[in-house]
Design a protein around this ligand. Structure first.
Ligand SMILES: Cc1ncc(COP(=O)(O)O)c(C=O)c1O
Length: 375
Protein backbone atom coordinates (compact mmCIF):
# COMPACT_ATOMS: atom_id res chain seq x y z
CA UNK A 1 0.00 0.00 0.00
CA UNK A 2 2.60 2.50 1.15
CA UNK A 3 5.07 1.17 -1.43
CA UNK A 4 2.65 1.86 -4.28
CA UNK A 5 2.07 5.40 -2.96
CA UNK A 6 5.86 5.97 -2.94
CA UNK A 7 5.97 4.72 -6.50
CA UNK A 8 3.15 7.05 -7.55
CA UNK A 9 4.85 10.09 -5.99
CA UNK A 10 8.23 9.20 -7.53
CA UNK A 11 6.61 8.67 -10.92
CA UNK A 12 4.93 12.08 -10.69
CA UNK A 13 8.33 13.62 -10.07
CA UNK A 14 9.80 11.74 -13.05
CA UNK A 15 6.97 12.89 -15.33
CA UNK A 16 7.45 16.50 -14.22
CA UNK A 17 11.23 16.19 -14.72
CA UNK A 18 11.71 16.94 -11.04
CA UNK A 19 13.17 13.69 -9.79
CA UNK A 20 15.99 14.28 -7.32
CA UNK A 21 18.82 11.77 -7.24
CA UNK A 22 22.04 11.47 -5.30
CA UNK A 23 24.97 11.76 -7.67
CA UNK A 24 28.72 11.48 -7.24
CA UNK A 25 30.74 13.71 -9.51
CA UNK A 26 34.32 12.63 -9.80
CA UNK A 27 37.05 14.40 -11.69
CA UNK A 28 35.03 17.47 -12.61
CA UNK A 29 36.26 20.96 -11.77
CA UNK A 30 34.38 22.26 -8.75
CA UNK A 31 32.17 25.21 -9.68
CA UNK A 32 29.31 24.03 -7.48
CA UNK A 33 30.34 23.58 -3.83
CA UNK A 34 29.98 26.26 -1.17
CA UNK A 35 33.65 25.78 -0.22
CA UNK A 36 34.38 29.32 -1.44
CA UNK A 37 37.72 29.70 0.35
CA UNK A 38 38.89 26.11 -0.06
CA UNK A 39 38.89 25.45 3.70
CA UNK A 40 37.03 22.13 3.31
CA UNK A 41 39.93 20.82 1.22
CA UNK A 42 42.71 22.45 3.27
CA UNK A 43 45.16 19.81 4.51
CA UNK A 44 46.69 22.44 6.79
CA UNK A 45 43.35 23.07 8.53
CA UNK A 46 42.78 19.35 8.79
CA UNK A 47 46.18 18.93 10.50
CA UNK A 48 45.47 21.79 12.87
CA UNK A 49 42.18 20.19 13.92
CA UNK A 50 43.92 16.89 14.70
CA UNK A 51 46.65 18.67 16.68
CA UNK A 52 44.14 20.74 18.64
CA UNK A 53 42.14 17.59 19.48
CA UNK A 54 45.37 16.05 20.83
CA UNK A 55 46.37 19.17 22.77
CA UNK A 56 42.93 19.42 24.34
CA UNK A 57 42.99 15.70 25.18
CA UNK A 58 39.65 15.14 23.45
CA UNK A 59 38.95 11.42 23.30
CA UNK A 60 35.19 11.28 23.12
CA UNK A 61 33.74 10.32 19.73
CA UNK A 62 30.32 11.78 20.37
CA UNK A 63 28.61 14.41 22.52
CA UNK A 64 26.52 11.68 24.24
CA UNK A 65 23.45 13.85 24.78
CA UNK A 66 21.68 17.17 24.38
CA UNK A 67 23.58 20.27 25.50
CA UNK A 68 21.09 20.45 28.39
CA UNK A 69 22.03 16.95 29.58
CA UNK A 70 25.39 15.21 29.08
CA UNK A 71 26.29 17.01 25.81
CA UNK A 72 27.76 20.20 27.26
CA UNK A 73 31.33 20.95 28.34
CA UNK A 74 33.50 23.91 29.29
CA UNK A 75 35.35 23.86 25.95
CA UNK A 76 32.14 24.30 23.90
CA UNK A 77 31.24 27.29 26.06
CA UNK A 78 34.73 28.74 25.58
CA UNK A 79 34.30 28.43 21.82
CA UNK A 80 30.90 30.13 22.09
CA UNK A 81 32.45 33.05 23.96
CA UNK A 82 35.09 33.28 21.24
CA UNK A 83 32.38 33.28 18.54
CA UNK A 84 30.51 36.02 20.40
CA UNK A 85 33.70 38.13 20.30
CA UNK A 86 34.29 37.40 16.60
CA UNK A 87 30.70 38.31 15.67
CA UNK A 88 30.64 41.31 18.04
CA UNK A 89 27.71 40.08 20.10
CA UNK A 90 27.02 39.69 23.79
CA UNK A 91 26.50 35.93 23.52
CA UNK A 92 26.49 32.99 21.11
CA UNK A 93 24.90 29.54 20.92
CA UNK A 94 26.19 26.76 18.66
CA UNK A 95 23.69 24.72 16.64
CA UNK A 96 24.15 21.45 14.75
CA UNK A 97 23.49 23.13 11.39
CA UNK A 98 22.25 26.31 9.81
CA UNK A 99 18.99 24.53 9.13
CA UNK A 100 18.53 23.80 12.84
CA UNK A 101 19.58 27.34 13.83
CA UNK A 102 17.02 29.01 11.56
CA UNK A 103 14.34 26.57 12.64
CA UNK A 104 15.17 27.33 16.27
CA UNK A 105 15.01 31.11 15.94
CA UNK A 106 11.94 31.31 13.73
CA UNK A 107 9.87 28.69 15.48
CA UNK A 108 10.46 30.11 18.95
CA UNK A 109 10.68 33.93 18.81
CA UNK A 110 7.47 34.86 16.95
CA UNK A 111 4.33 33.84 18.86
CA UNK A 112 0.65 33.44 18.01
CA UNK A 113 -0.71 36.86 17.01
CA UNK A 114 2.70 38.04 15.69
CA UNK A 115 3.71 38.39 12.03
CA UNK A 116 6.77 37.06 10.21
CA UNK A 117 7.72 38.83 6.96
CA UNK A 118 10.44 37.07 4.99
CA UNK A 119 12.10 37.78 1.66
CA UNK A 120 10.50 35.59 -1.02
CA UNK A 121 13.93 34.17 -1.95
CA UNK A 122 14.68 33.07 1.60
CA UNK A 123 16.19 29.63 2.11
CA UNK A 124 13.83 26.71 2.78
CA UNK A 125 14.87 26.53 6.45
CA UNK A 126 13.65 30.08 7.06
CA UNK A 127 10.30 29.17 5.50
CA UNK A 128 10.15 25.89 7.45
CA UNK A 129 10.97 27.68 10.71
CA UNK A 130 8.24 30.24 10.05
CA UNK A 131 5.80 27.39 9.34
CA UNK A 132 6.61 25.81 12.69
CA UNK A 133 5.82 29.01 14.57
CA UNK A 134 2.25 29.94 15.47
CA UNK A 135 2.65 33.45 14.00
CA UNK A 136 1.16 34.60 10.67
CA UNK A 137 3.72 34.56 7.87
CA UNK A 138 3.98 36.38 4.56
CA UNK A 139 6.73 36.82 2.01
CA UNK A 140 7.71 40.18 0.52
CA UNK A 141 9.15 40.72 -2.94
CA UNK A 142 12.87 40.05 -3.16
CA UNK A 143 14.88 43.00 -1.77
CA UNK A 144 11.82 45.24 -2.31
CA UNK A 145 11.64 47.55 0.69
CA UNK A 146 8.48 49.31 -0.58
CA UNK A 147 6.64 46.00 -0.65
CA UNK A 148 8.07 45.19 2.80
CA UNK A 149 6.89 48.54 4.17
CA UNK A 150 3.36 48.01 2.91
CA UNK A 151 3.31 44.59 4.54
CA UNK A 152 4.73 45.91 7.83
CA UNK A 153 1.93 48.50 7.91
CA UNK A 154 -0.72 45.79 7.58
CA UNK A 155 0.97 43.35 9.97
CA UNK A 156 -0.55 42.36 13.32
CA UNK A 157 1.24 41.90 16.66
CA UNK A 158 5.00 42.05 16.92
CA UNK A 159 6.63 42.08 13.47
CA UNK A 160 9.69 39.95 12.64
CA UNK A 161 11.47 40.71 9.36
CA UNK A 162 13.78 37.97 8.07
CA UNK A 163 16.49 38.43 5.43
CA UNK A 164 19.71 36.85 4.22
CA UNK A 165 22.86 38.95 3.86
CA UNK A 166 23.77 37.24 0.55
CA UNK A 167 21.00 35.25 -1.13
CA UNK A 168 21.85 31.61 -1.71
CA UNK A 169 20.49 31.31 -5.24
CA UNK A 170 20.91 34.80 -6.73
CA UNK A 171 24.10 35.75 -4.87
CA UNK A 172 22.94 39.34 -4.43
CA UNK A 173 23.09 41.33 -1.19
CA UNK A 174 20.28 42.56 1.00
CA UNK A 175 20.29 46.40 1.27
CA UNK A 176 21.02 46.20 4.99
CA UNK A 177 21.38 49.92 5.76
CA UNK A 178 18.04 50.87 4.23
CA UNK A 179 16.42 47.77 5.73
CA UNK A 180 17.52 48.60 9.28
CA UNK A 181 16.30 52.19 8.93
CA UNK A 182 12.91 50.97 7.70
CA UNK A 183 12.52 48.33 10.40
CA UNK A 184 13.55 50.76 13.14
CA UNK A 185 10.94 53.26 11.97
CA UNK A 186 8.23 50.68 12.61
CA UNK A 187 9.74 48.97 15.65
CA UNK A 188 10.02 45.68 13.74
CA UNK A 189 12.52 43.06 14.96
CA UNK A 190 15.14 41.95 12.45
CA UNK A 191 16.59 38.47 11.95
CA UNK A 192 19.42 37.81 9.52
CA UNK A 193 20.83 34.61 8.05
CA UNK A 194 24.48 35.23 7.12
CA UNK A 195 25.13 31.72 5.76
CA UNK A 196 26.74 32.92 2.53
CA UNK A 197 28.67 35.89 3.93
CA UNK A 198 30.23 34.02 6.87
CA UNK A 199 33.94 33.69 6.20
CA UNK A 200 34.07 35.60 2.93
CA UNK A 201 33.26 39.07 4.28
CA UNK A 202 34.55 41.00 7.29
CA UNK A 203 37.34 40.82 9.79
CA UNK A 204 37.89 37.14 10.76
CA UNK A 205 35.05 36.33 8.35
CA UNK A 206 32.42 37.89 10.60
CA UNK A 207 29.94 38.61 7.83
CA UNK A 208 28.18 41.51 6.17
CA UNK A 209 26.17 43.16 8.94
CA UNK A 210 29.24 43.50 11.18
CA UNK A 211 31.41 44.70 8.31
CA UNK A 212 29.02 47.55 7.54
CA UNK A 213 28.32 48.23 11.21
CA UNK A 214 24.58 47.48 11.40
CA UNK A 215 24.83 44.22 13.35
CA UNK A 216 23.44 45.70 16.55
CA UNK A 217 20.16 46.40 14.76
CA UNK A 218 19.43 42.65 14.50
CA UNK A 219 17.65 40.77 17.26
CA UNK A 220 19.23 37.50 16.09
CA UNK A 221 21.99 36.69 13.63
CA UNK A 222 22.61 33.21 12.19
CA UNK A 223 26.07 32.24 10.86
CA UNK A 224 26.76 28.86 9.31
CA UNK A 225 30.02 26.95 9.09
CA UNK A 226 29.28 24.46 6.29
CA UNK A 227 30.01 26.92 3.50
CA UNK A 228 33.08 29.19 3.40
CA UNK A 229 34.30 27.92 6.78
CA UNK A 230 34.59 24.46 5.21
CA UNK A 231 33.32 22.55 8.24
CA UNK A 232 29.90 22.04 9.85
CA UNK A 233 27.49 23.61 12.33
CA UNK A 234 26.16 27.09 12.95
CA UNK A 235 25.83 29.75 15.60
CA UNK A 236 23.13 32.18 16.65
CA UNK A 237 24.42 35.40 18.20
CA UNK A 238 22.71 38.28 19.96
CA UNK A 239 22.00 39.37 23.51
CA UNK A 240 22.55 37.08 26.49
CA UNK A 241 18.77 37.15 27.00
CA UNK A 242 18.21 35.90 23.43
CA UNK A 243 20.58 33.00 24.05
CA UNK A 244 18.97 32.19 27.43
CA UNK A 245 15.58 32.24 25.68
CA UNK A 246 16.75 29.85 22.92
CA UNK A 247 18.21 27.46 25.50
CA UNK A 248 14.80 27.40 27.18
CA UNK A 249 12.34 27.52 24.31
CA UNK A 250 13.92 26.42 21.02
CA UNK A 251 13.18 22.78 20.40
CA UNK A 252 15.89 22.24 17.71
CA UNK A 253 18.43 23.13 20.42
CA UNK A 254 16.87 21.26 23.31
CA UNK A 255 15.86 17.95 21.75
CA UNK A 256 18.93 16.86 19.83
CA UNK A 257 22.36 15.41 20.51
CA UNK A 258 24.99 18.17 20.54
CA UNK A 259 27.68 18.36 17.85
CA UNK A 260 30.50 15.86 18.41
CA UNK A 261 33.64 17.31 20.07
CA UNK A 262 35.55 17.07 16.78
CA UNK A 263 33.12 19.50 15.17
CA UNK A 264 33.46 22.03 18.00
CA UNK A 265 37.27 21.86 17.74
CA UNK A 266 36.92 22.27 13.97
CA UNK A 267 34.88 25.45 14.45
CA UNK A 268 37.56 27.04 16.61
CA UNK A 269 40.37 25.91 14.30
CA UNK A 270 38.60 27.12 11.14
CA UNK A 271 38.23 30.64 12.56
CA UNK A 272 41.86 30.66 13.77
CA UNK A 273 42.96 29.43 10.33
CA UNK A 274 40.95 32.09 8.52
CA UNK A 275 42.30 34.89 10.75
CA UNK A 276 45.82 33.87 9.78
CA UNK A 277 44.88 33.48 6.10
CA UNK A 278 42.52 36.41 5.71
CA UNK A 279 44.14 37.17 2.33
CA UNK A 280 41.94 34.35 1.03
CA UNK A 281 39.08 36.87 0.99
CA UNK A 282 41.00 39.05 -1.51
CA UNK A 283 41.97 36.00 -3.55
CA UNK A 284 38.28 35.09 -3.81
CA UNK A 285 37.36 38.68 -4.79
CA UNK A 286 39.92 38.52 -7.62
CA UNK A 287 38.35 35.31 -8.92
CA UNK A 288 34.87 36.87 -8.76
CA UNK A 289 36.07 40.00 -10.58
CA UNK A 290 37.70 37.90 -13.28
CA UNK A 291 34.55 35.86 -13.86
CA UNK A 292 32.31 38.97 -13.90
CA UNK A 293 34.58 40.73 -16.40
CA UNK A 294 34.53 37.66 -18.63
CA UNK A 295 30.76 37.27 -18.64
CA UNK A 296 29.90 41.00 -18.76
CA UNK A 297 28.32 40.58 -22.21
CA UNK A 298 26.17 37.62 -21.18
CA UNK A 299 22.54 38.66 -20.69
CA UNK A 300 21.04 35.70 -18.86
CA UNK A 301 22.50 36.47 -15.42
CA UNK A 302 21.38 37.95 -12.13
CA UNK A 303 23.44 40.85 -10.81
CA UNK A 304 25.83 39.39 -8.22
CA UNK A 305 29.17 40.46 -6.79
CA UNK A 306 29.45 37.39 -4.59
CA UNK A 307 30.93 33.94 -5.31
CA UNK A 308 27.42 32.78 -6.22
CA UNK A 309 26.85 33.51 -9.91
CA UNK A 310 24.00 32.48 -12.18
CA UNK A 311 23.20 31.67 -15.78
CA UNK A 312 19.44 31.60 -16.29
CA UNK A 313 17.88 28.91 -18.50
CA UNK A 314 14.11 29.08 -17.94
CA UNK A 315 12.38 25.70 -17.72
CA UNK A 316 13.54 22.59 -15.91
CA UNK A 317 14.26 20.64 -19.08
CA UNK A 318 16.15 23.56 -20.60
CA UNK A 319 18.36 24.12 -17.57
CA UNK A 320 19.11 20.40 -17.27
CA UNK A 321 20.27 20.39 -20.89
CA UNK A 322 22.42 23.46 -20.23
CA UNK A 323 24.02 21.73 -17.23
CA UNK A 324 24.79 18.62 -19.28
CA UNK A 325 26.49 20.76 -21.89
CA UNK A 326 28.67 22.48 -19.28
CA UNK A 327 29.43 19.24 -17.45
CA UNK A 328 30.50 17.65 -20.74
CA UNK A 329 33.34 20.22 -20.76
CA UNK A 330 34.48 18.95 -17.35
CA UNK A 331 32.95 21.73 -15.22
CA UNK A 332 30.90 20.68 -12.22
CA UNK A 333 27.99 23.11 -12.45
CA UNK A 334 24.51 22.07 -11.29
CA UNK A 335 21.06 23.03 -12.54
CA UNK A 336 18.73 24.56 -9.98
CA UNK A 337 15.18 23.59 -10.81
CA UNK A 338 11.83 25.02 -9.85
CA UNK A 339 10.32 24.83 -7.25
CA UNK A 340 13.68 25.39 -5.48
CA UNK A 341 13.72 28.65 -7.48
CA UNK A 342 10.61 30.30 -8.99
CA UNK A 343 9.20 28.91 -12.26
CA UNK A 344 11.05 30.51 -15.22
CA UNK A 345 13.98 31.45 -12.97
CA UNK A 346 15.63 28.04 -13.31
CA UNK A 347 19.37 28.52 -13.54
CA UNK A 348 22.86 27.14 -13.47
CA UNK A 349 24.29 28.07 -10.07
CA UNK A 350 28.00 28.74 -10.49
CA UNK A 351 30.13 28.98 -7.36
CA UNK A 352 33.56 30.53 -7.54
CA UNK A 353 36.41 29.48 -5.29
CA UNK A 354 39.91 30.62 -4.42
CA UNK A 355 41.21 27.33 -5.86
CA UNK A 356 39.61 27.73 -9.31
CA UNK A 357 42.40 28.58 -11.72
CA UNK A 358 42.13 31.71 -13.86
CA UNK A 359 42.31 29.51 -16.95
CA UNK A 360 39.36 27.41 -15.79
CA UNK A 361 37.33 30.52 -14.95
CA UNK A 362 38.02 32.04 -18.38
CA UNK A 363 37.19 28.73 -20.10
CA UNK A 364 33.89 28.35 -18.22
CA UNK A 365 32.97 31.98 -18.92
CA UNK A 366 33.67 31.61 -22.63
CA UNK A 367 31.52 28.48 -22.75
CA UNK A 368 28.66 30.40 -21.09
CA UNK A 369 29.21 33.25 -23.56
CA UNK A 370 29.01 30.86 -26.49
CA UNK A 371 25.75 29.41 -25.10
CA UNK A 372 24.40 32.88 -24.15
CA UNK A 373 21.16 31.52 -22.73
CA UNK A 374 20.49 29.08 -25.58
CA UNK A 375 20.81 25.29 -25.55
C1 LIG B 1 20.86 30.80 3.27
C2 LIG B 1 21.03 29.48 3.94
N1 LIG B 1 20.68 29.34 5.22
C3 LIG B 1 20.84 28.18 5.86
C4 LIG B 1 21.33 27.07 5.23
C5 LIG B 1 21.46 25.79 5.97
O1 LIG B 1 22.71 25.67 6.55
P1 LIG B 1 23.29 24.22 6.87
O2 LIG B 1 23.73 23.63 5.57
O3 LIG B 1 24.39 24.48 7.84
O4 LIG B 1 22.17 23.45 7.47
C6 LIG B 1 21.73 27.16 3.90
C7 LIG B 1 22.30 25.97 3.23
O5 LIG B 1 22.10 25.68 2.11
C8 LIG B 1 21.57 28.39 3.23
O6 LIG B 1 21.92 28.53 1.94
Amino acid sequence: MLQSWFEKKINERKENLLLRKLTVSEGLIDFTSNDYLGLARSEELSRQIVLRMRDLGVHSNGATGSRLLSGNDAYTQTVERKLARIFKAEAALIFNSGYAANLAVLSSLPQRGDTILYDELSHACIKDGARLSLASRFSFRHNDLDDLEQKIRRAKGRVFVVVESIYSMDGDECPLIQLTTLANGYGASLIIDEAHSTGIVGESGNGLSVSIGVHEQFAARVYTFGKAMGIHGAVVVGSQLLIDYLINFSRPFIYTTALPPHSVVAIECAFDFLSKNIALQDALRNKINLFCEQVASVDNRTDSKSPIQTALYPGNENVKRAAQKVQAQNFDVRPILSPTVPVNAERLRICLHTFNTDDDIVALASLLKSMNGLV
